[in-house]
Design a binder for this molecule. Structure first.
Ligand SMILES: [Zn+2]
Length: 139
């Protein structure tokens, strides 16, 4: 319950254009209390003469859309078929071996590419597969 004085303050501040949240924090009550009170008053037939505070229009955010991938971009080259993998196991992986999974046997055993890498997790071939540049198009 809120006292008469608070009710009058809420009404006055609301008519001056304060928001529910602002009134709540200024009077140290919850926003729910403020909005609930205003709702009941409005429901009771009271019409507020609320001052419209002009707010600057929200800045339009620049829309950036991701270009949709076409099938063309994800088709594999003939290089994939001729590519030879060393098919090594997890414990044979080192810092300089490609960790691209080339085959999995019922989730029990996993074979990795194992080709030589330079400061990358994947060999050049698999790096190209895993890291595609995402073209950004401004709308
Ligand atoms: Zn590889």
């Amino acid at each position: 319950m809120i006292d008469i004085e608070t009710k009058n303050k809420i009404t006055k501040m609301w008519e001056e254009g304060f928001t529910g949240g602002e009134i709540a924090s200024l009077l140290k009550i919850t926003r729910n209390t403020v909005m609930g009170f205003l709702y009941r008053v409005k429901k009771g037939g009271r019409v507020f003469e609320r001052t419209q505070i002009e707010k600057p229009p929200a800045e339009k955010t620049k829309k950036v859309a991701l270009k949709k991938y076409t099938n063309k971009e994800i088709t594999f080259s003939s290089e994939d078929e001729t590519m030879e993998f060393k098919n090594i196991r997890l414990f044979d992986l080192s810092l300089n071996t490609c960790r691209y999974i080339v085959s999995e046997i019922d989730g029990i055993d996993t074979l990795y590419c194992g080709n030589e890498t330079t400061k990358r997790p994947y060999c050049q071939h698999h790096h190209r597969i895993c890291y595609k540049r995402t073209p950004l198009i401004k709308v």
